[in-house]
Design a binder for this molecule. Sequence first.
Ligand code: ZN
Length: 149
Amino acid sequence: MNKAFIKENDGADQGFCPRCGQAGIAVDEAPLETHLPPELRATLGRSVYWCDHPDCRVAYFDNFDAVVGVESLRGPVAPKDPAAPLCSCFGVTYDDVQEDAEEGKPTRIRELYRRSQSPEAACGRLAPSGRCCLPSVQKLYFQLRGGID
Ligand SMILES: [Zn+2]
């Protein structure tokens, strides 16, 4: 028997957005409690995923193609709404990152990094994906830096 064909999890931890097809980020209950009214949480199954595609209007979905749209969330969130703070914990915005990029020094991002390591950070509960925003903030910084140079 060829071991390459034996899958451990058989896709149990993987979900693809029924609207845009991008792989979702598996979330636990904490971000769902923050961003969804309980009656909408009840429309989704046990395994729920966050769609992180900025242009896709799906926020959460499950393995049975049930979706909750961005418009049903309790408030605007990144990356779905360009005006929403990038960081759910400390409110770092696109403009903050742009200022860092223009100054050529990631001062605000370093501060964000410092705070993200502290007990104040609550990404697991506050971020819609339940993940820390730093990787996307850093990516944006380098994108904006690239645009200046
Ligand atoms: Zn999507």
